[in-house]
Design a protein around this ligand. Structure first.
Ligand code: FES
Length: 112
């Protein structure tokens, strides 16, 4: 077993996660407010963008193979290195589906 440091950008929270544990389970153990719902890799509520590092998540059925390179389902993802994650960021295909403008990054512009 190897233990890695997972850092959440924005909040600066960190949690130590063994490569046999999911990121979500360690967050819940440590009282870190990571969103989740199904815990079986389908709902995407627990999604985070991978800013740095690598995870393994073969059971993350809610993401395409391409999306798995840049996004982690924290309920399924196990670290393979130290990580920096940005919570609440979703793949563009999901943003399009729910009508969120991924490029706006929450900012309101004159066109809005
Ligand atoms: S909690 Fe549903 S995909 Fe992770």
């Amino acid at each position: 077993m190897t233990e890695y440091t997972v850092e959440f950008v924005g909040t600066g929270e960190t949690v130590q996660v063994e490569d046999t544990d999911t990121i979500l389970s360690r967050c819940l153990d440590e009282g870190i407010a990571q969103e989740y719902s199904c815990r079986v890799g389908m709902c995407l509520a627990c999604t985070a963008e991978i800013i740095e590092g690598e995870v393994t998540q073969p059971a993350a059925r809610g993401l395409t193979e391409e999306e798995k390179e840049n996004y982690a389902l924290t309920c399924m993802a196990r670290p393979q290195s130290d990580l920096k994650l940005d919570r609440g960021k979703y793949p563009p295909s999901i943003e399009d589906e729910v009508g969120v403008d991924a490029s706006a990054d929450g900012e309101v512009t004159a066109d809005d």
